[in-house]
Design a protein around this ligand. Structure first.
Ligand code: GUN
Length: 286
């Protein structure tokens, strides 16, 4: 058997970022510079790494960026006041509040406060509703990245059976909707699904977002199926592992994404793309 194709999110991201850089140059001639504000509350180490990566992506592409690092003791009122200020600030086109928030802060209240037009995470209920209906919206970054990397690998989605494992608001639900929008037949599995192995084995495209390191082994995968691993689990030895047991699954699968270097880089690239789109829309250019 020939070895499975590895879908490099890193490489696809670089291609997309080249296109974004050209657009940023064009926009600068109209005195528009995309601006992203990231709000980070508290000391979660993983969140600090993610936020630094977002800041670096902004620098690399010539975006204006602000990172607001607030102490874990900040009140909900302080966070909401900052969001209000950023909503009104013309140099900012995208606002991202890094999750999770400390327990005393009501996540929904904060997300609901973000201007729909600046909601580059696509988490605001209006953007989620537009996604469900199929209207224009800012799409959540990881699900948009999953679709983009499948398409750019030259894989046809229409007519395929896609199985999504995981039903979170951030990944499982929106990625299912986007696959359906691309004319796949979609089955969603979750922690209470009976016969998950049997269902997963029917997938032409298997998207895994459950948050359990290496849970999906080759027994879940039909020979030749496309496998997209959204998992990002930190192991005790400090290494990053996906939800898919890559070494075992790649023996039977078709094209497959690695962790790291798969979906992760795509998420930040889609955030950059959303911020560019928001900047154009807010300036009447899209
Ligand atoms: N924490 C983990 N993933 C995400 C994400 O996509 N957006 C935000 N805001 N926080 C996250």
């Amino acid at each position: 058997m020939t070895a499975a194709t590895i879908i490099s999110g890193k490489q696809i991201s670089e291609e997309i970022r080249k296109g974004i850089a050209l657009e940023v140059e064009q926009l600068s001639k109209q005195n528009v510079r995309p601006g992203l504000a990231v709000v980070l509350v508290g000391d979660d180490p993983a969140s600090h790494v993610y936020v630094r990566n977002k800041e670096k992506a902004c620098q690399d592409l010539g975006y204006y960026s602000e990172v607001h690092r607030l102490s874990a003791e900040s009140s909900q009122e302080e966070v909401l006041a900052l969001v209000d200020k950023l909503n009104a600030q013309d140099s900012i086109h995208g606002i991202l509040v890094q999750l999770p928030l400390p327990k005393h802060i009501h996540e929904k209240a904060v997300i609901d406060a973000i201007s729909v037009k600046k909601d580059v995470d696509g988490f605001h209920p209006v953007n989620v509703g537009n996604l469900v209906i199929g209207d224009d919206s800012l799409l959540p970054c990881t699900p948009a990245g999953v679709i983009e990397m499948i398409k750019r690998t030259g894989i046809e989605i229409a007519g395929k059976h896609a199985v999504v494992i995981g039903r979170s608001n951030i990944v499982g639900k929106p990625v299912s909707l986007l696959l359906q929008r691309e004319n796949a037949t979609v089955t969603m599995c979750h922690s209470r699904t009976a016969n998950m192995v049997e269902i997963a084995r029917q997938a032409d495209i298997l998207v895994v977002a459950i948050g359990r390191a290496n849970m999906i082994d080759a027994s879940y995968v039909k020979p030749g199926a496309v496998v997209i691993d959204v998992g990002m689990n930190r192991l005790e030895n400090g290494k990053l592992a996906g939800d898919v047991d890559f070494e075992s699954v790649k023996q039977v699968s078709g094209p497959i994404t690695p962790v790291p270097g798969g979906v992760g880089p795509m998420t930040i690239t889609m955030l950059m793309q959303n911020t560019l789109l928001a900047a154009k829309r807010l300036n009447g250019l899209a």
